[in-house]
Design a protein around this ligand. Structure first.
Ligand code: SF4
Length: 300
């Protein structure tokens, strides 16, 4: 009998599909993916692929972004219930009301948001390019949604004052300053990296604040032999694979995103067999959201 991975491989070839997985996916999902990366890398990959089907192993907004970029392709999200609580923290209606209060403001939206919210925005950004995107904007007033912590981090780095929406990532908020202090005591020679979705008092204790792709590059540096990671724990799977012999320590084992763990090999196989659940963005919203995503991809 063929294994689930072998069946996935067969169907992938048969349907000309590509499997994209986020750095926070289960290890076994990362292992069968064609490409593993962060939101920016995955959207760049989705923009370039010539596959007919994209199996997106991540959460709903990521599959929506792939669909925004590739309306002619079938985008599958193996578990339709894999959402992002942060993305749920702002609706298009709420953003319209905020824009009405600040009619001259430019809106920058973190990629962790619904397509309908992106459709109301001028620019999109990820944690990897947020500083670059905001830094390139000349406007006097900027509204940043939905993550107040990433927004605050970008404000500090760019010196631009922004109107911050009070959203946050519940997973990254589980990491507390005391966790970093305790890990540093246990591993005094380790470097510390923190994701900018973390609380500022956690970021302040880190050597660097980086997106997951930034963390992966940082971990590969020869002088980094022990690394404490203040982000979702599953990133360590990839780091261990790519850096044998080095030590990677999660800042907190509590930092697990339940939605990222909803995707399993069995669900990927079922998605390829049934070509469901499909994520498709209504054309009217897609066209507006595409302009916002494209502005980001042009900046890089
Ligand atoms: S880690 Fe946080 S931001 Fe990412 S999908 Fe999970 S809840 Fe959303």
């Amino acid at each position: 009998m063929k294994t689930t991975s072998e069946r996935i491989d067969e169907l992938k070839k048969e349907k000309n599909a590509i499997i994209l997985a986020h750095n926070y996916q289960r290890g076994e999902v990362q292992d069968i993916a064609d490409f593993v990366g962060d939101s920016l890398e995955l959207s760049q990959k989705a923009a370039k692929t010539d596959a007919d089907v994209i199996v997106f192993c991540g959460v709903h907004f990521m599959a929506e972004t792939a669909s925004i970029i590739n309306p002619a392709k079938t985008v599958l999200l193996p578990d339709a219930g894999a959402g992002c609580p942060m993305a749920n923290m702002i609706t298009a209606e709420e953003l319209r009301a905020e824009k009405a209060k600040h009619p001259n403001a430019t809106v920058v939206t973190y990629i962790n948001s619904f397509a309908a919210v992106k459709a109301e925005s001028d620019y999109c950004c990820t944690s990897a390019n947020g500083v670059k995107v905001v830094g390139s904007i000349k406007a006097e007033e900027i509204i940043f949604v939905p993550d107040k912590y990433l927004g605050g981090f970008i404000e500090k780095k760019t010196g631009k004052k922004m109107i911050l929406w009070p959203g946050y990532c519940p997973t990254h908020l589980k990491i507390l300053p005391q966790d970093i202090i305790d890990r540093k005591k246990e591993y005094p020679n380790a470097k510390v990296v923190a994701h900018p979705e973390c609380r500022p008092d956690v970021v302040d204790l880190a050597d660097e604040a980086l997106s997951t792709s930034g963390m992966i590059r940082y971990a590969a540096r020869p002088e980094v032999q022990e690394l404490i990671l203040a982000t979702e724990v599953e990133i360590i799977h990839r780091l261990k694979k790519e850096n044998p012999g080095k030590k990677f320590i999660p800042a907190s084992e509590r930092a697990t995103c339940p939605n990222m763990k909803k995707t399993t090999l069995e669900k990927i196989l079922e998605a390829l067999e049934t070509m469901q659940p499909e994520v498709k963005v209504p054309e009217e919203i897609r066209v507006k959201a595409l302009a916002c995503v494209q502005r980001m991809l042009e900046i890089g």
